[in-house]
Design a protein around this ligand. Structure first.
Ligand code: BG6
Length: 503
């Protein structure tokens, strides 16, 4: 994370991780805690309590976390810092199907807190599959572990996916909010931990030149692309029930969309920012079933090669139904029903096993009138895009027309690019550092609020419903390593537009 001079050191606390033996903890959470420790951003009075379903010794847990840290760290691991961090880790077993184990957890936790003098502040991090959110939180509620008392804070952090459709997301919100207040609930979307994503707000609202043209008068359309090279790999069981739309759109792509499209918040605080984001998501125009089918493309990858590596057919992935109709690619056309964006399409696409990894938001400005060039050799003007690059290049690029040097008038499109790495020397992070740090200091600005989550599901629900009825009809195969189904090109072509391809 950016080593900012004024970053706050959190209060002492117990960091309790459910799912401590899982992939997410090893791959992201512990490496992020390590990076925070290295940046001196963990409190001195701190303990990590790793909850395991089966009994496990703290020594074994520490050894496994250290192995994970060495494998997934984003920077060289310094032994003294790793040791200090892991020394704080204690394994405690608890299983929501055995309520007595949560009573024991409470006792153990209170002892550990007294030993480490953490002041009773607690953060419960659910790095578990989503079906465990409700049972674990129920037990945390029943045992009073989440109850704020004697000035100590208690927080609950949940990972995505938050629900599988509008109804389940509402039910999960209702359940969690019956146990903790919205302010103490942190719904993680790791996209908001990315510096370039956070920078969208800064780009828009700290520079005088963009906001006056950030509207339907000047913007022709917006493209949001999250293309991945990886296939589904070992996640067949999760993915086949989920698909590209649920996995990526109401969360990651809508975070990008809402930051690009929201109205300026009146304050840079969690309430104002989250209200503005939820409001714009709620303004996404609902689509009838017919419109949803017309404005969407679903694809599924077939065998092919990505960077010379053979990728098998999606339907042959372990735990995937051999007749699966789950989409591994989705493209959507959405419109936002408000004054700023009326008539400006937002095209979204994301998919797996594609030829190139690319995450970006591209804002296409309206074409300049051609009139002035009519009597010159210029045949066409190239497109004006402002591109917010998230991967592989973190930066911002502006595409504009310029004169090709020479005696006649000839014009070509060129690109002016700002790259983070050219300006800022920051130690590599995994994006979770900022989020975990914010949970500990009690800042919800980068976390989703109930209304935002529900507005996101509301916007995608017509597509889920229409596709469920359509079954296999309309599912477009695309070879791994390609740029996705042809139908996604046609989606823009019929509006006289095309996806931006990098030069
Ligand atoms: C996760 C999805 O939330 O985001 C994965 O479950 C996806 O399927 C990943 O690969 C993409 O994240 P990033 O940061 O690599 O764009």
């Amino acid at each position: 994370m950016t080593s900012q001079p004024n970053a706050q050191i959190p209060d002492g606390c117990a960091f309790v991780i459910f799912g401590v033996t899982g992939d997410l903890t090893h791959r992201l959470v512990i490496p992020a805690l390590y990076n925070l420790a290295e940046a001196n951003l963990l409190p001195e009075k701190f303990c990590v309590v790793g909850i395991t379903r089966k009994e496990m010794s703290s020594e074994d847990l520490r050894a496994s976390l250290l192995e994970g840290l060495k494998k997934f760290a984003t920077r060289p691991v310094k032994d003294d810092i790793a040791e200090k961090l892991l020394y704080c880790v204690t394994a405690v077993s608890a299983d929501p199907s055995d309520p007595a184990s949560f009573d024991r957890l409470r006792e153990r936790l209170e002892k550990l807190e007294a030993n480490r003098n953490t002041g009773g502040n607690r953060l419960f991090y659910l790095a578990t599959p989503p079906d465990a959110f409700a049972p674990i939180s129920t037990e945390l509620g029943r045992t009073g572990l989440l109850k704020e008392e004697r000035g100590a804070w208690r927080r609950l952090v949940v990972e995505k996916p938050f629900g599988t459709d509008l109804a389940s997301a509402k039910a999960l919100n209702d359940h969690l909010l019956s146990i903790v207040s919205e302010h103490s609930l942190y719904r993680i979307d790791h996209y908001l931990g990315k510096e370039t994503v956070q920078n969208i707000l800064v780009l828009r609202f700290s520079n005088g030149m963009f906001e006056p043209i950030w509207n339907r008068e000047h913007i022709d359309h917006v493209q949001i692309t999250v293309n991945e090279k990886l296939g589904v790999e070992h996640r067949g069981s999760f993915y086949d029930k989920t698909g590209a739309l649920r996995d990526m759109v109401p969360n990651h792509l809508f975070q990008l969309l809402s930051l690009v499209a929201m109205e300026p918040p009146s304050h840079f605080n969690a309430h104002s920012v989250r209200s503005a984001k939820a409001e714009v998501l709620a303004a996404i125009q609902p689509q009838s079933e017919e419109e949803a089918l017309r404005n969407s493309v679903r694809g599924q990858y077939t065998a092919g090669k990505v960077d010379d590596i053979e990728i098998g057919d999606y339907r042959a992935v372990k735990d995937v139904d051999p007749a699966s109709t789950t989409e591994t690619y989705v493209a959507l056309k959405l419109t936002i029903d408000n004054w700023r964006w009326a008539g400006v399409p937002f095209y979204l696409r994301t998919g797996k096993a594609l030829g190139a990894k690319r995450t970006e938001v591209a804002i296409k400005f309206k074409q300049a009138p051609f009139a002035m060039f009519r009597c010159t050799p210029v045949e066409e003007l190239s497109q004006n895009f402002l591109v917010i690059g998230i991967e592989p290049v973190e930066g911002i690029a502006l595409q504009f027309n310029t004169k090709i040097p020479g005696p006649t008038i000839a014009i070509d499109g060129v690109e002016m690019t700002f790259r983070y790495k050219d300006y800022f020397k920051v130690a590599p992070s995994n994006g979770y550092e900022t989020l975990l740090h914010d949970c500990m200091i009690g800042d919800n600005i980068l976390f989703q609020r109930a209304d935002g989550v529900e507005a996101g599901w509301q916007a995608v629900q017509p597509f889920l419903d229409a596709w469920q009825k359509a079954g296999a009809e309309g599912l477009e195969p695309y070879p791994a390593g390609s740029h996705g189904p042809e139908a996604a090109d046609a989606l823009l072509k019929r509006d006289g537009r095309s996806w931006r391809e990098p030069k």
